[in-house]
Design a protein around this ligand. Structure first.
Ligand SMILES: Nc1ncnc2c1ncn2[C@@H]1O[C@H](COP(=O)(O)OP(=O)(O)OP(=O)(O)O)[C@@H](O)[C@H]1O
Ligand SMILES: [Mg+2]
Length: 236
C-alpha cells in the first residue's frame, strides 16, 4: 500500500533522515519507534507531504506521491494526526469533526460518519456543541483521531497519540488504536511507549539517528529492544 524507499530529508544543514525505507500493507498496523530526535515525526511529515525529501521515492497504491501537496495526499487517502494534535480550540467539537471531512462532498455520508464518531467516542458525542478547547488532553486526542477518521483514510498515521496523557488515558488510547485496527483501518503508529506499542502492532521499525536500525515482527523487535533496553530507555 505504502512504500518509502531510501528517503533522505534535510532541515538546512541537518540531515534528519539518511535513507529510510519502510512499507505498510493494507490492514496492517505498523509502528515506528526510536528515541527523541530519531526522525519519527520527520518520516510521517514527509509521507504526508509537509516536508519534501531531498532523495528517495514514496509510493502509495502504486503511485508516486513525492512533491504532491499535503491536501492532495489527504485526498489520496493518507491522514496524519500530528504530535501537536492541532485541533481548533475556538471551534466546536462538531466543527472540528466536520473540518476532517472537508475533502468530501457526500453530505449524507458525512452525517453518518459524524454519528459513528459520536458512538465510538461518547465524550465527543456528549459535547458536540462545546468549544474543543474545553476538552481535556485525552479528549482532545480523541477528537484529533476522530477528525482524522472523518476523511475516511485508507492509511491513518498517528504521531505519539499517548504523549502527555495520564496513565489511564494512555490505556484508553492504546485500546482505541487497537480497536481501530480491528475495525479495518490500516495504521502507521509512532510511539515512544515501546512495550505497549509492540503489544498491538504487527511489525515495527526501530529508527536511530535517521536510519532504520532494526525491523521485524513485533516479538522480534521486543527481543531486540530487551537487549538494547539500556540504550532505548524503559518508558513503561
Ligand atoms: N524544523 C526543524 N529544523 C531543524 N531541525 C529539525 C527540525 N525538526 C526536526 N529537526 C531535527 O531532525 C531530527 C529528527 O527530528 P524528529 O522530530 O523527526 O524526531 P522524532 O523521532 O519525532 O523525535 P521526538 O520523539 O522527540 O518527537 C532531530 O535531530 C531534530 O532536531
Ligand atoms: Mg516526534
Amino acid at each position: 500500500m505504502l512504500a518509502v524507499e531510501d528517503v533522505q530529508v534535510r532541515y538546512g544543514a541537518i540531515t534528519a533522515l539518511r535513507g529510510v525505507s519502510l512499507h505498510v500493507e493494507k490492514d496492517e498496523i505498523v509502528a515506528l519507534i526510536g528515541v527523541n530526535g530519531a526522525g519519527k515525526s520527520t518520516t510521517l511529515m514527509t509521507i504526508a507531504g509537509v516536508l519534501k525529501p531531498a532523495q528517495g521515492t514514496i509510493t502509495f497504491e502504486g503511485q508516486s506521491i513525492v512533491g504532491r501537496s499535503p491536501e492532495d495526499i489527504v485526498r489520496q487517502g493518507i491522514v496524519l494526526v500530528p504530535e501537536e494534535r492541532r485541533i481548533f480550540p475556538g471551534l466546536t467539537v462538531e466543527e472540528n469533526l466536520r473540518l476532517g471531512a472537508a475533502i468530501r462532498s457526500d453530505r449524507a455520508g458525512i452525517r453518518q460518519d459524524l454519528e459513528e464518531m459520536c458512538e465510538r467516542f461518547p465524550v465527543l458525542g456528549e459535547r458536540l456543541g462545546q468549544p474543543a478547547g474545553t476538552l481535556s488532553g485525552g479528549e482532545q486526542q480523541q477528537l484529533a483521531i476522530a477528525r482524522g477518521l472523518m476523511s475516511r483514510p485508507a492509511l491513518l498515521m498517528l504521531d505519539e497519540p499517548s504523549l502527555g496523557l495520564a496513565p489511564q488515558l494512555v490505556d484508553e488510547i492504546f485500546q482505541l488504536v487497537a480497536q481501530l485496527h480491528e475495525a479495518g483501518v490500516t495504521i502507521l503508529l509512532v510511539e515512544q511507549n515501546v512495550e505497549r506499542t509492540l503489544e498491538i502492532v504487527d511489525r515495527a521499525y526501530l529508527l536511530n539517528t535517521g536510519e532504520v536500525e532494526y525491523q521485524g515482527a513485533a516479538d522480534e523487535l521486543r527481543e531486540h529492544v530487551d537487549v538494547e533496553s539500556s540504550y532505548l530507555g524503559d518508558s513503561t
